[in-house]
Design a protein around this ligand. Sequence first.
Ligand SMILES: C[S@@+](CC[C@H](N)C(=O)[O-])C[C@H]1O[C@@H](n2cnc3c(N)ncnc32)[C@H](O)[C@@H]1O
Length: 237
Amino acid sequence: MSYRDSHLEKGADYDLALARDPFDAYMARREREIVVAILARLQRAGVRRTLDFACGTGRITQLLDGVAEACFAVDVSASMVAEARAKCPRTQFFIQDIIDTPLPIAPVQLVTAFRFFGNAEDSLRARVLEAIRRSLAPGGYLLLNDHENPWALQRLLRRLVGERAQADLHHWKLRRLLRHAGFRVRRAFGIGLWIYRAKLERPDVLNSRWADVLELLSRVPFLSRFCPDAVILAQRT
Ligand SMILES: C[S@@+](CC[C@H](N)C(=O)[O-])C[C@H]1O[C@@H](n2cnc3c(N)ncnc32)[C@H](O)[C@@H]1O
């Protein structure tokens, strides 16, 4: 099965599943902090029209809905979009695959794509990046994340004891994909470098003041490559 069809029936359960898993909830919280800060900067730089690709239940769309002048979102899953609509009154939604059919809108200045590339297969990644590039105005931005980094400290340590991860999208591979698709990486913001063992993925640890302090390590530029999750700002060349 292609990743494209993975969430067709998951709309009703998705938000709860993310909230229930302490580590997913932690990544979602940190992603939100980073996205809000980046959006404020992009707005000051004149970004007005946005598209949330693979919007799902609107986790990121709702952040754009509050600030963009024109906000669009697209996903192939009607059940996911049904949840998103309720949270995003200003957003125009499309249920379609932009690989097959371009959206009937003028180019946007920012596309977001979260929790998609880490899971998708290579051929889907490349075709989606092509379609996103077509949806973007020249010089427009792509803000995406990779929450399946096989080079995250925890996964590297597991490899030492013989465990093999299925995830394959490490930082350099993602950079290469982006470069081939006509994007240049501008910034990478790591999340969760310090969570190097499963024992740390407990709510009392993840929500502690220590976590806020340790999280600063993830922001050391080169170290984002070894974080389990990273938010990446790329620009159309
Ligand atoms: C894990 S969810 C992420 C949802 C949301 N972006 C988030 O971060 O919470 C992945 C989403 O990608 C969508 N998807 C997969 N392939 C797609 C495609 N070719 N075009 C649009 N959406 C797609 C799925 O339907 C699903 O809703």
